[in-house]
Design a binder for this molecule. Structure first.
Ligand code: DPP
Ligand code: ZN
Length: 882
């Protein structure tokens, strides 16, 4: 397969002004007629017109009304090249495609009898020949024709301008999108669907029609998505002054979908997982995810659609920015300061769990990559989550108002254009009169920087020196790195735990000194001097996680406990507890590796006391306490180690959980009782936080695996009025030896077997249960409800096991790796994108103990030689083994 380089970008030879399409929809054979008006691009030196196409049968090809002779064009590998066309071209193409054989779920495909499309990144070329690149933006008019009874609903982008009967049982609908767009935002939906619709009044007074389309039987699960959509529309008006530009906005749910959702202009297509919810089937986390994904896709209407990407290397231009926007939206929806901090902590946890490992592994790439083989492999946590951190740093450096000014200038300059990450950075710099040249390195250098903190207190001069130095480890293709521009938010605590007003030696002392200052680290090493510091302070560094870095700072255990109790920055308060726990877990892991008996008579008074204090601090938000009392995950612990022994990590984490359960038993009981809600279910942040803390308590108590905890879990399971409590109780039962375990699992399936999303949960819960080994996973795979063809189902069992059950996946006999290889190979034939995601599970193989490492390498090689691999899987496996 060919590698594509960013430096090779050239503008297209032809622009496309209008696209008219006619679809004769039929699952076995769909005919697509396309007429496009094109004109030569004066900025291109290419003579020929290059179109992309994949898996298409070409039935007609006409230029300016004349069929093209065989020597006037050439069909290549995924291309159609027309030689030397005139200045202005009307190109007419007819293609034939087979939607019901499309298991890749890219292009036009069938899901549960209905038609859907997915065109990002390069799916449009599976529908017709087209210059399928995001810098080619055109106006589309689309006519859909289909059997009226089987496909009563016919949707595409924009506005419905005509519809009617065709006779012979068929009907048609014509849609016109008034905005020009790249082909990846094209969409159509046809089928038997129903909608929940509402009209909504924009701030300008204009009324818009909002629709959520689902299969019949799911209408009672659309309210939350609709509320989320209305909240998103209002939020974007208020926070960024951005208005919905269409008269109609549609969301359609589909059960077979590779990703979370897709922001097609006016016609967002969503994985059912991110639309359907009611208390019976959805957890608090589901409700929150739906709000954030509905927001995310809606926000793309401006950041992605109105202003799009010049090429796919700029993907983070829209994704990083839009993740930032959805994170801010979710935080604003909670509204309180601790609520914002809770959201921030959750987002940082994702970054550390998934992005830091990516950035340290074989697939590490900059936020703006320099090359790729398969663009689908670059819809990564680096592009999305680290990309969002990069956008957040602009806001931290420029302030909220300065950031808004930059956004305004970005839209003023680039509305209707396809642009680059440099254009965004220039708008931020120019709107604020700032030089952000060095900031570019966040886009071009991969790897997670480390920032080291050293301090010195001068009691006589009342000065406090803070020296920050940075480094960044090499990543594939980048041996040495230049220093980044890093905003480091700092506070200083006095002995009573209060913030000390901050004055920097360089800047004249203002009257009201702030208690948090953003230091800008731009060189390898810099010293900042705080003056008027009355006593030796305890520093609180990288407040609110002001940059996506690893912070090296030497705290005594007592200082961590102190910060955990007093820091006014809720993020760092949480962080201090995590550091303390991490430090103990790393030490214990080392001890266990030397002596397997090391965990007997475990005693951790400092950790237990600080956890007790947090648990019983009624002044703290329950949602915050839940996060603070959750130990770092096994994956995050593994990332801190030079050589990873998953069994040792698991044993230590589990032993600590048992210790915390035993020694805080009564405290957990009190927290459990104190956070029960008798009233009706609501997914709001405060109620969800209380449930979260209660269910955390249940989880700890379940570690004791005694009759009391079994009864507690069973009673919660039997009496729950919502899925959050149901799932938490079922997980507690499934992870131990409760007598009701098997009945509960079987009963749960029986009760929910018609709810696909709940069946997914049922598979996931078992995939991650402690005693589920490979044999048990295989048994679940032969359950009638299991299928590899549905991505959600495949993920619910296979991905959950490979990524979410470390001690079993890393079983010392290598059975997990053999299973992984088989699954990647099987999925590769069905759905390359999903297969390539699973292929990533062995990314970090080089970090493991030698016996595991060798077996993982074997498994990777087994996939490599298993026969023809998709580009997607091939790229991941090749880079892993390199
Ligand atoms: N652009 C989609 C999203 O992230 C993914 N294809 O919203
Ligand atoms: Zn997105």
């Amino acid at each position: 397969p060919q590698t594509i380089y960013r430096k090779d970008y050239t503008p297209p030879a032809y622009w496309v002004d209008t696209v008219e399409m006619g679809f004769d929809l039929d699952p076995a054979e769909t005919r697509v007629a396309t007429r496009m008006t094109m004109r030569r691009n004066p900025d291109s030196r290419a003579r020929n017109l290059l179109l992309h196409g994949e898996g298409l049968q070409l039935a007609q090809l006409r230029v300016n009304g004349k069929a093209l002779g065989p020597r006037a064009y050439a069909l290549g590998q995924g291309t159609l090249e027309i030689f030397n066309p005139p200045q202005n071209v009307v190109l007419e193409i007819e293609t034939v495609i087979k939607p019901d054989q499309n298991t890749s779920l890219m292009g036009l495909y069938v899901s549960n009898g209905n038609f859907f499309t997915q065109c990002e990144a390069e799916g449009f070329r599976k529908i017709t020949y087209f210059p399928d690149r995001p810098d080619v933006m055109a106006r589309y008019t689309v006519m859909l024709r289909a059997d009226k009874e089987r496909y009563p609903v016919l949707l595409s982008n924009g506005n419905l301008i005509d519809q009617g009967d065709l006779g012979d049982g068929r009907h048609y609908a014509t849609w016109e999108d008034p905005f020009k767009k790249p082909s990846y935002l094209f969409a159509l939906v046809a089928g038997n669907l129903v909608c929940h619709e509402e009209t909504y009044r924009l701030q300008s007074g204009r009324e818009v029609l909002l629709q959520v389309w689902v299969e019949e039987g799911n209408l009672d699960k659309t309210q939350h998505a609709m509320e989320s959509l209305k909240n998103s529309i209002r939020w974007d008006e208020e926070r960024f002054g951005l208005e919905l530009d269409l008269d109609r906005f549609m969301i359609v749910a589909v059960g077979d979908f590779n990703m979370g959702a897709m922001e097609n202009k006016g016609l967002n297509i969503f994985n059912t997982k991110y639309v359907l919810a009611n208390p019976r089937i959805a957890t608090d986390a589901d409700f929150a995810n739906i709000e954030s994904v509905v927001g995310h896709e809606y926000f793309h209407n401006w950041t992605g659609n109105r202003v799009t990407c010049r090429d796919w290397f700029q993907l983070s231009l829209k994704e990083g920015l839009t993740v930032f926007r959805d994170q801010e939206f979710s935080a604003d929806m909670i509204g309180t300061d601790t609520g914002r901090a809770v959201k921030r902590i959750e987002d940082v946890r994702v970054l550390r769990q998934a992005q830091f490992p990516e950035d340290a592994g074989p697939m590490a790439h900059p936020v703006r990559p320099d090359s790729y083989v398969e663009i689908n492999n670059f819809y990564t946590v680096t592009i999305y989550e680290k990309g969002s951190e990069v956008v957040r740093m602009y806001q931290t450096l420029l302030g909220k108002d300065g950031f808004r000014k930059g956004m305004d200038l970005y839209f003023q300059r680039h509305d209707g254009q396809a642009v680059t990450c440099d254009d965004f950075r220039a708008a931020m710099a120019d709107a604020n009169g700032r030089d952000l040249t060095q900031f570019e390195l966040w886009y071009s250098q991969a790897g997670t920087p480390r920032v080291k903190v050293e301090t010195r207190y001068d009691a006589i001069g009342k000065q406090y020196e803070m020296t920050l130095s940075q480094s960044c480890p090499p990543t594939p293709g980048e041996e040495s790195k230049q220093p980044f521009h890093i905003p480091v938010a700092v506070g200083l605590l006095d002995a009573a735990g209060r913030d000390i007003p901050l004055r920097l030696a360089a800047s004249g002392a203002g009257p009201d000194a702030p208690t948090t200052l953003v230091l800008e680290l731009t060189r390898d090493k810099q010293t900042f001097v705080f003056t008027h510091v009355p006593e030796r302070p305890v520093p609180s560094v990288l407040r609110d996680f002001s940059a996506p870095v690893i912070l090296d700072i030497d705290y005594a255990d007592e200082e961590l406990a102190f910060l955990m109790a007093h820091d006014s920055d809720a993020f760092n308060r949480w962080e201090a507890g995590q550091r303390l726990a991490m430090r103990r877990m790393l030490a214990l892991t080392e001890q266990v590796e030397a002596d397997p008996a090391a965990l007997q008579n475990l005693d951790e008074p400092m950790l237990v006391d600080s956890f007790r204090a947090t648990l019983n601090d009624e002044a703290l938000d329950p949602a915050f306490r839940e996060l603070a009392l959750t130990l770092p995950s096994e994956t995050i612990i593994a990332e801190q180690m030079a050589v990873v022994n998953p069994q040792a990590i698991h044993a230590v984490r589990r032993a600590l959980r048992r210790l915390l359960a035993q020694q805080l038993r009564l405290d957990w009981r009190v927290a459990y009782e104190g956070n029960r809600d008798a009233g009706p279910y609501s997914p709001d942040a405060s109620a969800a936080g209380r449930r979260g803390l209660k269910n955390l308590a249940l989880g700890y108590l379940a570690e004791l695996d005694d009759t009391e905890s079994h009864l507690l879990a069973q009673s919660q399971y039997d009496n729950a009025n919502n899925m959050t409590d149901r799932m938490a109780a079922l997980a507690a039962l499934a992870n131990g030896g409760a007598p009701g375990r098997e009945d509960a699992l079987a009963g749960f399936y029986d009760e929910f077997k018609d709810e696909a999303l709940v069946v997914d949960k049922w598979f996931t819960l078992q995939a991650m249960a402690r005693n589920t080994d490979v044999a048990a996973v295989r048994a679940l795979m032969s359950h009638p409800a299991f299928t590899l063809k549905n991505p959600n189902r495949a993920r619910s069992l296979i991905f959950s096991f490979c990524n979410g059950n470390p001690p079993q996946f890393h079983a010392t006999d290598g059975s997990g790796y053999g299973f992984w290889a088989e699954s990647v190979i099987a999925l590769n034939r069905i759905n390359p994108q999903v297969a390539a995601r699973l292929a990533r599970s062995l990314d970090r193989w080089r970090k493991f103990t030698p016996p595991l490492r060798a077996m993982m390498q074997d498994a990777l090689r087994q996939v490599a030689r298993s026969g023809p691999l998709s580009k997607d899987v091939h790229e991941v496996i090749t880079k892993s083994l390199a």
